[in-house]
Design a protein around this ligand. Structure first.
Ligand SMILES: [Zn+2]
Length: 263
């Protein structure tokens, strides 16, 4: 039996290879792709999932994520960084952008929102890791800026897919998070905050959607998985459900190989 990664309709329709790996109890370490699950286990799981994704692990680019807002554009020569050895990962970055055909980029999450972007007119792709820190630092806006200003993408052509992550059902946050969000967001961000039983709830899905809409992405080009990792912690890795030793799922995207078949 094989388990397929989660896939988004808007990317599948356009022929873009991508997916989000899952928590799968029949695999070692429940299918986690993060090194904290053990080097051999992580490698074995990466090989398993990448085979299902139909993408080459050996040329996939991983970054060392730090809950920051740095976006890194990666090139062919970055292929394979962090894929088999954590020490070679792109340092301190939470978003990877590439216009290189056939070069997969990835982010790892366990409650944070994985966001995959596709700019068909460049073409280019991006993988973005947006927890509360990344979201309040507007990382998805930074990634779109790199695509638009750096690579010439038009916002109304952009596709955005938000993967399984902690939902508004489960994400209580402190006042300081709310304050940071409302201060940073360039539009009215109150829609992403609600108050429940004396606590604030931060809706990371709405927050990132607001940022994408604000920059000109069309509503019909944004797909939200709408799956809460904490509510479904048997199927997804969840930091809040399981604690700091939890593994992580990976969200991966790659442009097709160019017509010459080069990678
Ligand atoms: Zn939930």
């Amino acid at each position: 039996m094989t388990t397929q990664p989660y896939r988004f309709a808007i990317l599948t329709q356009l022929g873009i290879r991508h997916g989000v790996t899952r928590r799968e109890p029949s695999l070692p370490g429940h299918g986690a792709v993060s090194w904290n699950t053990g080097h051999e286990v992580a490698l074995q799981n990466r090989r398993y999932w990448w085979k299902q994704l139909g993408l080459p692990l050996e040329s996939t680019v991983f970054g060392r994520q730090v809950h920051g807002a740095r976006v890194t554009v990666v090139l062919k020569q970055d292929g394979g960084r962090g894929a088999l050895d954590p020490s070679t990962a792109v340092p301190e970055t939470d978003a990877l952008v590439t216009a290189e055909p056939g070069l997969p980029v990835v982010v790892q999450c366990a409650d944070c929102v994985p966001i995959l972007l596709f700019a068909p007119d460049v073409p280019a792709v991006a993988a973005v890791h947006a927890g509360w820190r990344g979201t309040t630092q507007l990382i998805v806006l930074r990634a779109v800026e790199v695509l638009v200003r750096g690579l010439g993408a038009r916002p109304h052509e952009l596709r955005a897919a938000l993967g399984p992550s902690i939902g508004p059902c489960c994400y209580e946050v402190g006042d300081e998070v709310v304050e940071q969000w409302l201060t940073a967001v360039p539009t009215d961000g109150r829609e992403a905050i609600c108050r429940r039983a004396n606590k604030y709830v931060f809706d990371l899905w709405k927050a990132n959607r607001l940022l994408l809409l604000d920059v000109g992405v069309l509503p019909q080009h944004i797909e939200l998985a709408g799956i809460c990792t904490r509510c479904h912690a048997s199927e997804w890795f969840s930091y809040r459900a399981t604690g700091p030793r939890t593994g992580a799922q990976a969200a991966v995207i790659a442009l097709p190989l160019d017509r010459a078949g080069k990678r």
